[in-house]
Design a binder for this molecule. Structure first.
Ligand code: LMR
Length: 411
């Protein structure tokens, strides 16, 4: 038995880290995984997190007991306000169910399980391209996936007409996974006017939206601005359909390995007085509990306590806003610097898209062959799609990276 188990290729993203750490070359740069690095290239523990950790540990009641199955209530309720807004009508109308999850991936996983059980036989549409893990998460739950047009490689901009056409051509009631902001991998978001068109088209087909919110705060440095699409989506779509939101605190609180996130399910408005919203919420919540209990029993507590402390303590929340500005403005500075260096090297091609894109990533347009040469000749590591994590750049390595890109583009 077990003699015929097929060996799978290594995970494309995590394998970059492995290859990078084994590389003996002195000058090497990791632009692979989307994790923030400071100006010295090191992982950064946010000052707000350091203060929150201290407060959590100094609490005389500090312990390592289990959380409730659906998570830490101060985390889930504050997390809902962060994404939906303090004055969210959906919150005021008590239409939101929030459960804690193993970061964004865990939220997507619970959403996928829930969809496959209670919203079966619907095709789920992912942007082309999308985060590599999306396909695996939904397909593992037996959900049929398809793609919608997104990136126009010729113009390095949004293929809005193609996007709207995909929405129109999808069978009514399909599920659309939308990147809330700072699209991964392209760094290209629809503008506000385009979001109106996209969400109106989704509403007109009774499609269900699932927002993946992994980078709130990274697109503009401002949480509310980065929640624009989600909040507009709820306003336009939750009249008749539920809206799913998968929220990660891996990047914006820098709690990567602690796995802190939430799944929020916004229920449709109920005009019919005979419908008992509280009992629907109770039923759905009980189903989510069962799914969570059978898989992880309950979510990890430590990171949840830190995130919850930051979101519920005014001084720490203010510090966290500053920390996000520190991260997003350094990334922006590196975008400009990389673009300027490529322009001054007269590297063939246009490079303005690097500054026009937002969030942690730039979809450079470099070919798989160029990416391969960047790694083998210059020890610059990135994803074969040409995506670079801008957060991996700093003043100490940017010349090396720009020169390396220049060399591979020319040859
Ligand atoms: C990324 O795309 O680099 C991140 O979201 C990390 C991951 O888990 O894939």
């Amino acid at each position: 038995i077990l003699n015929n188990v097929e060996k799978l290729p290594a995970d494309a993203l995590f394998d970059i880290k492995q290859r990078f750490s084994k590389d003996p070359r002195e000058v090497k740069v990791d632009l692979g995984i989307g994790a923030y690095r400071d100006e010295t290239g090191k992982p950064w523990v946010l000052p707000s997190v350091r203060s929150a950790e201290k407060l959590v540990q100094e609490n005389p009641n500090y312990n390592h007991e289990y959380l409730a199955i659906n998570g830490l209530p101060t985390l889930t309720s504050n997390a809902a306000k962060i994404i939906l807004g303090e004055n969210s009508p959906a919150l005021a109308e008590n239409r939101v169910i929030s459960v804690q999850s193993l970061s964004g991936t865990g939220a997507l996983h619970i959403a996928a399980k829930f969809i496959s059980k209670f919203l079966p036989n619907r095709t789920l549409y992912l942007s082309n391209p999308t985060w590599a893990n999306h396909n695996a998460i939904f397909q593992t739950q037996g959900i049929k996936t398809a793609t919608y047009a997104y990136w126009d490689s010729k113009t390095k901009s949004l293929d809005l007409q193609g996007y709207l056409k995909s929405i129109k051509n999808a069978p009514n009631g399909s599920i659309f996974v939308l990147h809330a902001c700072a699209h991964n991998p392209t760094g290209l978001d629809p503008n506000q006017e385009q979001w109106h068109q996209i969400l109106d088209a989704i509403a007109s087909k009774d499609h269900i939206a699932l927002f993946d919110s992994a980078y709130q705060g990274f697109a503009t440095g401002d949480l509310d601005r980065d929640a624009f699409a989600v909040r507009l989506g709820i306003q336009k779509l939750s009249k008749v359909c539920p809206v799913f939101i998968c929220q990660s605190f891996a990047k914006n609180i820098g709690l990567y390995g602690e796995r802190v996130g939430c799944l929020h399910l916004v229920l449709p408005q109920q005009d019919d007085a005979s419908v008992n919203l509280a009992s629907i919420k109770g039923a759905i919540s009980s189903q989510l509990s069962k799914m969570i209990r059978s898989e992880v029993s309950n979510s990890p507590a430590y990171g949840a306590k830190i995130a919850s402390k930051i979101l519920s303590t005014s001084d720490l929340t203010q510090q966290w806003y500053k920390d996000m500005i520190t991260m997003s403005s350094r990334i922006q500075k590196m975008r400009t610097s990389l673009r300027d260096k490529l322009v001054s090297l007269k590297t063939p091609g246009t490079w303005d898209h690097i500054v026009e894109q937002c969030g942690m990533f730039s979809y450079t347009g470099l070919s798989p062959d160029m990416v391969q040469r960047l790694e083998s000749q210059h020890a610059v590591y990135l994803v074969s799609s040409g995506r670079i994590s801008i957060a991996g750049l700093n003043d100490g390595n940017i010349d090396h990276v720009a020169n390396a890109i220049d060399e591979v583009v020319r040859h």
